[in-house]
Design a protein around this ligand. Structure first.
Ligand code: BEZ
Length: 209
């Protein structure tokens, strides 16, 4: 059964490159990104894991813990990590789940049989401090993910969890945001001071801090 936005992210216990992880205990009240890979020792995955490792300061800045998953066993993850360090300049600095019995992959519906019935697709789950699912993405095996986009979404999720705003197309942190329609003009004045009305339903304001 697919996990949908707003659902509780399923909890699990799994073997990882950093020891046994009890997901909710490991995550605590941080944000989390859980992302899956089709297989170890594959070229696109190798670049993705190096990229995620090099972004550690960005995850830390946002209070985000990252955890990867591949259906291969722990012994393979260890050897592959050395290759990732050698070829990408950074070894994974986050846990990588070994899921040979597909326990976690099934919980999160990461196996999509019409794509492949043996390997996980490239899933991304962003989970909030309340353990609810905030975003899910599914990429095919042939397309490496854009992790700057994942960070951009986290910036939007964290901002919109705090303020009654939404973020427009291609928004980046620091740019103007949209006042949500449920906020009246009077309330908007109170909350934000001045704002720009382009249409009654399209009102913008500098990003609140
Ligand atoms: C890759 O990670 O490079 C990959 C994995 C499965 C199919 C195609 C590419």
């Amino acid at each position: 059964m697919a996990v949908r936005l707003g659902d509780d992210a399923p909890d699990f216990t799994a073997d990882t490159t950093e020891g046994e992880v009890h997901f909710y205990d490991w995550k605590g009240d941080s944000w989390a990104v859980l992302f899956s890979h089709p297989k170890d020792f594959t070229p696109v995955c190798t670049t993705e894991l190096g990229t995620v490792a090099k972004l550690k300061p960005e995850w830390d800045k946002r209070n985000v813990k990252v955890i990867g998953l591949s259906v291969d066993p722990l012994s393979a993850h260890g050897d592959w990590s050395k290759d990732i360090e050698e070829t990408q300049g950074a070894a994974p600095n986050f846990p990588l789940i070994a899921d040979p019995d597909r326990k976690v992959a099934d919980l999160y519906d990461m196996i999509q049989p019409n794509a492949s019935d043996t390997t996980t697709v490239r899933s991304v789950f962003i989970i909030g401090p309340d353990n609810k699912l905030k975003l899910s993405l599914t990429y095919p095996a042939s397309t490496g993910r854009n992790f700057d986009e994942i960070l951009r979404v986290i910036d939007s999720l964290q901002l919109t969890a705090k303020h009654k705003v939404a973020t427009p197309a291609d928004w980046k942190s620091g740019e103007d945001v949209i006042i949500v329609p449920a906020v009246s003009d009077e309330e908007a004045k109170e909350k934000f001071g001045s704002f720009t009305t382009i249409k009654p339903y399209l009102r913008t304001v500098p990003q609140p801090s």
